[in-house]
Structure formats: C-alpha cells, structure tokens
Design a protein around this ligand. Structure first.
Ligand code: HEC
Length: 106
C-alpha cells in the first residue's frame, strides 16, 4: 500500500514536470532570454523588472523588447547595449505580463 502511494506520487511528479515543460510561461521566457542581464527585483546589468513595471505600460515594454535600438532614446537612455531578441508575439505577451507582475514589489 505504501509502495503504491510512493509510485503514484512519483508518477504524478513526472506528469507534472512534463506538463510544465510543454507550457510556455513568462518565467520561462525570462529564464531563457533575460536572466543574464535582468533580475526580478535586483539591479543587474539591466534594470530590475519591478522598476520597469512601475514606470512603463505593457505596450512600451513590448516595444522595447522588440527593438531596443528604436526605443532607447524615447526611454531616456543615451545608448543601448541590450541584445536584439527576436521573440514571437506569444513570448512578448508572456514576458511583458511577467514584468508587470512585479509592479509594486520590493
Ligand atoms: C545583454 C543584456 C540584456 C539582455 C539579454 C536583455 N536585456 Fe533588457 N536591458 C538591458 C540593458 C543594459 C538595458 C538598459 C538600456 C539599454 O541598454 O538598452 C535594458 C533595458 C530593458 C528595458 C527597458 C527598461 C526601462 O527603462 O523601462 C526592458 C523593458 C527590457 N530591457 C526588457 C528585457 C527583456 C524582457 C529581456 C528578455 C526577453 C531582456 N531585456 C534582455 C540588457 C539586457
């Protein structure tokens, strides 16, 4: 009985993990493309997400990620060193919602 329960737990864990894997989330986009330069609430090479969320709209965030080179002046930067990433519309949507979820967080 105990063994069965363990097996069941193990099995559901595997299911959960694989299910998780196929589902793209904002956090995954963050970990794949942004984490080297941005952190959620701490300053890294680029500004933290909570700071961005406090001053930008979703449209602004998406525009910046889509093209830092055409947006950096409007955002008040003298130059840009952010990588040009070619995210698709779904990834852009997920990552900008993820950034905005840090609004007001310390
Ligand atoms: C190579 C490092 C690097 C990577 C990778 C990177 N960024 Fe940036 N990002 C920066 C830096 C540095 C800035 C500050 C301005 C600049 O240099 O463009 C910035 C600025 C930004 C801004 C504008 C900040 C503001 O003032 O509101 C947003 C939004 C942003 N990054 C989002 C992202 C997202 C989302 C990803 C991943 C999909 C990402 N960045 C990947 C380095 C990076």
């Amino acid at each position: 009985m105990k063994k069965n329960l363990l097996l069941l737990l193990l099995f559901s864990n595997i299911l959960f993990a694989s299910n998780n894997d196929s589902q793209l989330t904002g956090k995954k986009v963050f970990q794949t493309y942004c984490w080297g330069c941005h952190h959620q609430t701490a300053m890294a090479f680029g500004p933290p997400f909570n700071q961005i969320a406090n001053k930008r709209t979703k449209a602004e965030i998406e525009a910046y990620i889509a093209s830092p080179k055409s947006m950096y002046k409007a955002f008040g930067y003298k130059r840009t060193v952010m990588t040009q990433l070619d995210l698709n519309a779904t990834e852009l949507d997920l990552i900008s919602d993820y950034i905005l979820s840090f609004k007001g967080k310390k």
